[in-house]
Design a protein around this ligand. Sequence first.
Ligand code: SF4
Length: 246
Amino acid sequence: MNTFLTYEEIVSKCEKLNDIYEIEEDKFYRIVENWSDRDVSTDSKLLATYKELLQVVSNEVESMEQAVEMSPTCRLGCAFCCYFPIIINGMEAKLIKEAISHFPKSREEGIKQHLANYYDKYSDEIEQITRLDFENDPDFKYKYKKSNIPCPMLNTETNQCMAYELRPIPCRTYVNYTNPKICEEEVMPKETISYEFLYSEYMGALNEFLQFLYEEGDTSFIEYPNDVYEEDYLANWLKELVIIEK
Ligand code: SF4
């Protein structure tokens, strides 16, 4: 028996969510307050704040699902959404790279080796698809996804993310509540939901934290505010990491 929500049911639940749910902005800013005055290095503060803010986004998605009784049908090992373009700014890219450098050595080396193989295999395709103008081309997502090039962080043998706890906002906020088959059958299924609006609370808090550090005179490996304004494909940011480390 089919127990998946229909498209109409999903739309109706989203409308209800709009009416009843209020995002608790304070949750984001409390993390900034909490880490601002801690007696630890700036690097530690940055990484901890970043990871906690990412987690708040995931928790907020879960709270919204509970509020309207929806459960994701995304399954472990299902990775069709990992073929979408992921756009992040320079600050997020540096935070991801820094966090990877704090992984246990074997995990860090595994990721670097995976990335080296990835760029050997897909360098031409990446060069081509990252020419898509994500700021001005309204179809860039469709065109990118249609090219069927996996995210650099996707292990295509296990279909799992190699840095799952660091996955950026688009990866955390794209959810399917109906038959998972739609993700296999369609390039951009209309039934899926994006909670990407949570980006503004997340980035607002992260930006406030960097502003605080900037005023204190130490933003460590972040070049503030320039890194916040520079956006690019994750596939380009991670390529830089491999080239630099080679
Ligand atoms: S970062 Fe991870 S979760 Fe996000 S698209 Fe890439 S492989 Fe998938």
